[in-house]
Design a protein around this ligand. Sequence first.
Ligand code: UDX
Length: 450
Amino acid sequence: MKVAVIGTGYVGLTTGVCLAFVGHEATCLDVDQSKVEALKAGRIPIFEPFLEDLMADAGTRLRFTSSYEEAIPEAEVVFIAVGTPSQPDGQPDLKYLRSASESLGRHISSEFTVVVNKSTVPIGSGNWVGALIRESQKAAGKAAPFAVASNPEFLREGSAISDSLYPDRIVIGADSNRALELLYTLYRPVIDQTFPAPAFCPRQDGFAAVPLVSTDLASAELIKYAANAFLATKISFINEIGLLAGKVGADIQHIARGIGLDSRIGNRFLSAGLGWGGSCFGKDTAALSATAKEYGLGMGIVEAVRQVNFSMRERVIDRLLDTLKIIKGRNIAVLGLAFKPNTDDLRDAPAIDIIKRLRERGVIVTAHDPIAMDRFRVEYPDLGGILADSAEQAIQESDAVVLATEWSEYRELDWNNLGEKVRHRNLLDTRWALDGESLRRAGWNLIRLP
Ligand code: UDX
């Protein structure tokens, strides 16, 4: 099929590349010309394992452009995957969605087009996009038939390719059967797993057909929010239990395993520690709660989940105060900036929050990340000076080390040797990433969250 994808961020680019890989003709469109030029030259603006390999495999079925005229008229399916950044009141900013919809109205012209919202948008946005397209069609004197669908994305950064090729499920929602049928055809190769698995991202033994959830527009939109809020809840839940475990002297790792083995609960997303960051959980829980408010509903659970999560960041400061008593003027090293390993994404990264809080309290912070430092320099130019070239350099003469992101590189450090470089061997492992036994043997005072 002929597909267009508007927006070449994490979601858009992965979607375009994967659809081209499984056999469709995909054109990725971005209004940022320099981004398009880079992509045409095979350079990708984000760090995502295997994306480049898959892009190479997709070959000429994958194209890039900044022209609606080039990408849209022929496309049977158009994905909108533009950014929807959070506004201060928790509602996402829909200006890019608006301008994409308006441009679509001027350019869709095939026999029937499905316009798919891939961005996480407030419930009801599908209808809104439809209305914007119709208005813009009217203004341009056009009337090509189309339907709006929702196809929420569940991919995780760092494993986006495998999540897209081998998903747990595919959700499509529309109030038009024709749109649902086209989307089913589009996803057929993934649903039936008929594409040859790439060598760098093999199919797990026994992985077969992917369940398809085909529903109405509003339900598909809400599925995305409900899924993310539930995952965020699991993390905040285990952190809340962790706080109590700390008081009564119980082991949160054992508790997580003990409850996670109940298949009704499941063992994933029960890692206690610094909590979640990233572009989705914070934004989606805020949006869910804001939407509920519009309908006069309070979302007590979701609100509590947020509150517990963000309190973990302050908890880092509390634990450092407990240990060092005075932190003003001390040297503290923060290892890891990205919100999780295998990405350079710094959106709502807990490490950044911690660095700011520490600096506000007069701490001399040094920081390191294996991948995200370039992005950090661009996004936080006034903090560029705190970066060190290596983890080893970052911890020189430090009074405490905070491990904020569990990069495997940090697990593999020779902590025994590193103990010689610091002023005091205080190590706050906020992610339970390191082996406690051997660290303690090496003389480290190991502190963990919560
Ligand atoms: C998430 C969802 O998983 C994905 O389905 C959705 O579409 C987008 O949001 P992502 O933000 O890429 O994906 O990362 P994810 O791997 O889910 O981790 C989110 C955050 O939770 C990270 O900061 C991670 O460190 C934290 N986390 C995760 C925990 O603190 N504990 C856990 O047990 C799991």
